[in-house]
Design a protein around this ligand. Structure first.
Ligand code: G6P
Length: 609
């Protein structure tokens, strides 16, 4: 949610900043801007629209200089106009700020500043920061930034430059991600490593309440009172090749096709097939498997697609670990004064590791004494660090706004945790069957991907429909929710996911020949039940698309279209049944001419409430 990048070094800043923005565009894309500081003044260019629009507007007339900051925005305060685009200046146009987050007391601060004679130009909370820094400025930029931030309530990742102190870039973080990229003769600040990895894989993750000063000599970090801090330099494990499209027309399609590898990477070195368990180094420190008996309740919490993965985890953990499990939307959970204590185990899931509501839910749970475990993709992210311990899913960077490979890897990570926690309570036989089935998943996903053309053909038949219903039961009910979400997110078609049996309590009234109904109906314990639901839809003239397991001919007479997937252990079937739904949503969106990787109004990482 908003991407920021800053640079100081020996090279021209503007091309590096624009390239960094392109790599962060998935975080927001409704306006963009860049400021370069040189020759005693600031040169700022900004406008509504995507980064490509900004690049076209700038053309060959790039701002010159070797120090600068830039921003791509996902609007929170104020419409996505050029005036509201970042960087924001103070009145004298000699301080420029880019910001990710929300200043909660911006209204009060704005009023105070106006009383002091400041004239603010935009509707944003960020502009207040530029004026506060101006007000606090004596003769040193970092001191002014620290003084300004002490008046601020809310979240921020910021980068600031000023022509009054022109050889310096100041960055600070509270609640919004920020890292430093440490290169040869070049230093970066960025919302995430994607913006810098082409130049350096050495990064320093800033923590909340920390400030960094980058200048021609190097960088230093401190708290907001100026006490120096020594920070560890981490090495990013992936490189530029990992985040490029690699011949695919969209990141989303690339990421769908990466799933055999991403799922394999989630399991790498962790699965002990013969013993029917998993070795999870990150968990053993704070959640030794024998300690599971200490807990009387597990709460899974997440947002969006991660919440759907969590729901599958609820079914798995309850079935195998035999502990009551609930899945909660992080945004609801945190405001409900949840009943938690040291016998509660909270598992938070997040691809980005930065979702504000999930992070706040973790903090709430920790305050109440619960043990908190995270399942996160982005290494070093806020959620990974806020939890007591966790499991990285190692799916690799996910750029497409609609989450695909992170979902399947989250489900696999949950299966590993289930094995890890349940070997105490269940006969080993069943766990060993699950472990063997996990091992086969990457190849089985590959077999489904080979049906891409078949699914594209199906999309051609249905891409003009206005509504879709997705129905599933048991482990595949969350897949119905996920299939519907994928379609909504990227094609803007109204779609609803429902537990198949609930259809009779309302949605059945919607069924007619214009309502495609996608049944997720692999063979398994609830298959016969879902078959009756298919009959009910057919009897009312609905169009049926069925996702079922290979070798099942029974649906031939009922379904208008069938996509088969290989059979696996029932609890892992969602990893396979979701793949055709990802492809269906993708092809429908492409056929409708939608912007698949950057759907309207969405952002990859929602770092505001
Ligand atoms: C946004 C994204 C979704 C994602 C959700 C949760 O809405 O567009 O794809 O599922 O946030 O994000 P997280 O990073 O916490 O998994």
């Amino acid at each position: 949610m908003c991407g920021i990048v800053g640079y100081i070094g020996t090279a021209e800043a503007a091309p590096l900043l624009l390239e960094g923005l392109r790599r962060l565009e998935y975080r927001g894309y409704d306006s963009a801007g860049v400021t370069v500081c040189a020759n005693g003044s600031l040169d700022t260019r900004k406008m509504a629209g995507k980064i490509v629009d900004l690049e076209q507007a700038i053309g060959g007339d790039l701002p010159q200089g070797t120090l600068g900051i830039a921003h791509t925005r996902w609007a929170t305060h104020g419409a996505p106009t050029a005036t509201n685009a970042h960087p924001h200046h103070n009145g004298a146009d000699d301080i420029a700020v880019v910001h990710n987050g929300i200043i909660e007391n911006a209204g009060v601060l704005r009023q105070k500043l106006e009383e002091l004679g400041h004239e603010l130009r935009s509707e944003t909370d960020t502009e207040v920061l530029a004026h506060l820094i101006d007000e606090a400025y004596d003769d040193n930029l970092e001191e002014a930034v620290a003084a300004a931030l002490q008046q601020v309530e809310g979240t921020y990742g910021i980068a600031v430059v000023s022509s009054r102190d022109p050889e310096k870039l100041v960055a600070a973080r509270n609640g919004s991600p920020l890292l430093l990229g440490i290169g040869d003769h070049s230093l970066f600040v960025a919302s995430d490593a994607a913006a810098v990895v082409e130049h350096t894989r050495d990064v320093v993750y800033l923590d909340d309440g920390e400030l960094a000063v980058l200048d021609r000599e190097g960088y230093r970090t401190s708290d907001l009172r100026g006490s120096p801090l020594t920070k560890e330099v981490s090495r990013v494990s992936w490189d530029l090749g990992t985040i490029e499209r690699g011949g695919f027309p969209h990141y989303m399609l690339k990421e769908i096709f990466e799933q055999p590898d991403s799922v394999r990477d989630t399991m790498r070195g962790r699965l002990l097939v013969e013993q029917g368990t998993a070795r999870l180094g990150g968990l053993s420190s704070c959640l030794p498997s024998q300690d599971i008996a200490k807990y009387n309740r597990i709460v899974l919490t997440a947002c969006g697609t991660s919440w759907h993965a969590a729901l599958i985890g609820e079914y798995m953990l309850e079935e195998f670990a035999r502990i009551p499990v609930e899945t909660e939307y992080a945004s609801e959970f945190r405001y409900r004064d949840p009943v938690l204590d040291e016998r509660s185990l909270v598992i938070a899931l997040s691809q980005s590791g930065e979702t504000a509501d999930t992070l706040a839910a973790i903090r709430e749970a920790k305050e109440k004494g619960a043990r908190v475990v995270s399942i996160v993709n982005v290494v070093g992210s806020s959620i990974a660090r806020a939890a007591d311990c966790g499991v990285y899913i190692h799916a690799g960077p996910e750029i497409g706004v609609a989450s695909t490979k992170a979902f399947t890897s989250q489900v696999v990570a949950l299966a590993l945790i289930t094995l890890y926690l349940s070997t105490q309570s269940e006969p080993l036989q069943e766990q060993a069957t699950v472990a063997k089935a996990l091992q086969q998943l990457p190849d089985q996903i590959g077999q489904i991907l080979a049906r891409n053309e078949e699914i594209r053909g199906m999309a051609e038949r249905y891409h003009l429909n206005k509504n879709f219903l997705y129905l599933g039961r048991g482990y595949n009910f969350p897949v119905a929710l996920e299939g519907a979400l994928k379609l909504k997110e990227i094609s803007y078609i109204h779609a609803e996911g429902y537990p198949a049996a609930e259809m009779k309590h309302g949605p059945i009234a919607l069924i007619d020949e214009n309502m495609p109904v996608v049944f997720i109906a692999p063979q398994g314990r609830v298959y016969q039940k879902i078959l009756s639901n298919v009959e009910e839809v057919k009897a009312r003239g609905g169009r049926v698309i069925a996702i079922t397991t290979e070798g099942n001919g029974e649906l031939d007479r009922l379904a208008d279209h069938i996509v088969t997937v290989p059979t696996t252990h029932e609890m892992l079937q969602p990893v396979l049944t979701v793949i055709p739904l990802q492809l269906l949503a993708y092809h429908i969106a492409v056929l409708r001419g939608c912007h698949v990787d950057q759907p309207r109004n969405l952002a990859k990482s929602v770092t505001v409430e």
